[in-house]
Structures are given as C-alpha cells and as structure tokens.
Design a protein around this ligand. Structure first.
Ligand code: TYM
Length: 353
C-alpha cells in the first residue's frame, strides 16, 4: 500500500446508528483516504456526545455498534487508527489550555450554539438565565483539541461541520501568534463537502431531527421510510436545464429533493437522469421513484448489515483494537500537550516525564 505522510483526523458522535448523512459526509471519505495510504485517525467522539444528553444513555454500547458498522463499511483498524475520544484523556487537558485563551464572544458566534440559543429564545426576548451547558458553548474548543492534538492536515467532515473546523484553525493561529509556532493548522473543509437532506425535506439528515435513513435499516424499514416521504406537491417547472443536483435540487420541493439527492448518490447517473426527465415531463412517477430508490438503498445496506453481523466482528474484537489504537495515538497526543504546556509557560508535566 502506498504511504502518504499527511495526517487525517475525523470523529463521529456515538448517537446511535450511522445514517446516510454520516456515510456520504464522512465515512465514505474515511474509506477513500484509508485506501490512499494516509495516516488516518478516526475516533468516536463520546465526550462530545455528552453535550446533548438529557438522561443516561449507553454511549459505550453505541460506540461498539458504530465501530462494528465502521468495520462492516470497510474501515480497517490495522490500517487506520480507530479510537475512542475518552481513551485519550489528554484531549481534555488540551481543551482546558485552549479554553483559557478563547473568548466567550468568539464561541457565542458558533452556529450550533446560536441555533440552540435561538430555539430557547421566546418572541418576547431572551430566556431568563441561560440553561445551555458550558460544554455546549465550549464544543468547538474540544473539537479544536481533537484536531490539533494529532497535528492533522485534513479533516474530512460534512458541510455542517465546516464552521467548527474553521474555529479550530482560528484557535491554532491565535495560540501560535501568542506563544510561538507550536500548533499545526489543518486545511479548511473541502469546498465540495456535502450535506445530505433529511427524509422530511429539512436541510440536514440528523439523528436528533428523527429524519434519517440508516446504514443498518433492512428492506422493510427502508421501504417504509421512503414511502413516508411527502410527495403530494406536483413537480414544479424547472428553470435550470442542467441535471446537476446542485442546480436542480434547490428548484424542487424539499422532500422530493431529498429523494433525488439520495438517488444521485446511490444509483448510476443514467437512472438518476431518467427520473429527472420524468420530473421535467411531470409524469406520474413518484411511486416508481420511491421503489427504485428503496431498491438501491437496500442493495447498498445489504453487505453492511452482513458485515455488521459477521462472526468475527464482535464487541471483543472492537474492544481489543480500541485498546491497541489508544496506545498508538497517546504518544503523538502527549507530545502536542507537552509542547503547549511548555509554550504557555507552565512547563512539562512532572508526573508524566
Ligand atoms: P456528527 O456525529 O454530527 O457527524 C459525524 C459526521 O457525519 C457528518 N454528517 C453529515 N454530512 C452530510 N450530511 C448530513 N446530513 C450529515 N450529518 C452528519 C458530519 O459532518 C460529520 O463529519 N462535531 C462532530 C464530531 C467531532 C469531530 C471532531 C469531527 C468531534 N470532534 C474533530 C471532526 C474533527 C459531530 O458532531 O459530528
């Protein structure tokens, strides 16, 4: 296998099952980059998941299941360093160091924080007090620590994480400006990073939005979910002559656009354009579109479901590689933390030396 010295890092929160947004926004790229021989660090962001917790959730169970799905998708723990965020606790130390030099105003401009804040805000104005957590406000600081601790060059993520990566770059630049060139800034998120729409037609497929199509959904579930997508609106006239999804999807009703986007991602180009033609001619075709899409989704999921249940893809297998890989990433991470401690003036850790 070719080796490539650039470092790749990305994480996924253990929120339950992986969905098609996670796959096309992130996992697909993880697999491609692994194939290209990069040094890849892929982790499960279990600390981050705690920002959305309302009662105890079994994040460890979700972590194991998500990692078994990673393996079923083609990620290989002997080629990529796959670990759990909380098994690298020095990330928390780096978060603390960054937190000391990060302005609250900068964090309040984060879109995730702003969205959550606006949902709390009544039409009459601000809620009394601010019930959002310190961890949610500091989410981008923890994410910057994840990225900078392994000296990542590239961070493959979906479009929704773009701003978080920009904030990490900002934190690195400010740190270096103040304390010397210690941290390596990653490249900004690629311009073609995508955002998969939710089955309800909303802007983003996401677990908390309850609008996902999951990689482990079986044939029956897939058909039920796709049939449930609202398609009562008649096709609208299209101004664009292009079949390119970027041009065409914004002109369709949102939930129809969600179906076409998935068809574009999963089916051959001719199948996708054939259905675009039907849309332009306003034929009656939504039923056929849904069954065709459901077939492609089911065929896509089949080997993943089989791989997930494969006899050697067990909890024990996952726990073994988690242990091994945590041991591999720790020295790299400690090196960054020690350099930051030294640069900021508190000196090296005495107990770790
Ligand atoms: P998370 O768990 O929300 O999502 C994991 C990955 O899936 C992508 N994704 C999508 N891409 C396209 N369309 C969608 N509808 C969609 N939904 C999710 C996300 O962009 C992401 O790549 N904060 C991160 C986890 C994280 C992280 C990091 C990522 C923590 N530290 C450091 C990179 C680097 C998150 O919540 O992802």
């Amino acid at each position: 296998m070719a080796t490539n010295h650039e470092v790749i890092l990305s994480g996924v929160r253990p929120t339950g099952r992986l969905h098609f947004g996670n796959y096309f926004g992130a996992i697909k790229h993880f697999i491609d980059l692994q194939k290209q021989g990069y040094r890849c660090y892929y982790f499960i962001a279990d600390y981050h998941a705690l920002t959305t917790i309302s009662e105890r959730e079994d994040f460890f169970r979700h972590t194991l299941d998500m990692l078994r799905t990673y393996v079923a998708c083609g990620l290989d723990p002997r080629k990529s360093i796959i670990y759990r965020q909380s098994d690298l606790p020095c990330t928390a130390e780096l978060t603390l160091l960054f937190g000391m030099i990060t302005n609250i105003g900068f964090l309040e401009r984060g879109t995730t924080y702003k969205d959550k804040m606006s949902k709390l805000t009544s039409p009459e104005g601000q809620p009394e007090g601010n019930p959002l957590s310190y961890g949610l406000l500091g989410y981008p600081v923890l994410m910057a620590a994840d990225i900078l601790i392994v000296k990542a060059d590239k961070v493959p993520v979906g479009d929704d994480q773009r701003q978080h990566v920009e904030m990490a770059i900002d934190i690195a630049e400010r740190f270096n400006h103040r304390f010397g060139e210690v941290l390596k800034s990653p490249a900004p998120v690629a311009r073609d990073a995508i955002r998969v729409r939710g089955l309800d037609g909303s802007d983003k497929m996401g677990k908390s939005e309850n609008n996902t199509l999951d990689l482990l959904d079986d044939e029956k579930t897939v058909l039920k979910k796709i049939k449930g997508v609202p398609t009562t609106t008649d096709p609208l006239p299209l101004e664009t002559e292009s079949d390119d999804p970027e041009a065409i999807l914004p002109e369709m009703p949102p939930s129809v656009a969600a179906l076409y986007h998935l068809l574009y991602l999963l089916a051959p180009w001719e199948v996708y354009t054939d259905f675009v033609g039907k849309y332009r001619r306003k034929e009656r075709f939504y039923g056929q579109l849904k069954t065709t899409l459901a077939e492609y989704v089911t065929a896509f999921n089949k080997p993943i479901i089989e791989g997930f249940h494969a006899p050697d893809n067990t909890d024990e297998f996952v726990m073994d590689f988690l242990r091994d890989n945590a041991a591999k990433v720790t020295p790299v991470a400690l090196d960054t933390v020690e350099s930051c401690r030294e640069a900021m003036g508190i000196g090296h850790s005495l107990y770790r030396a």
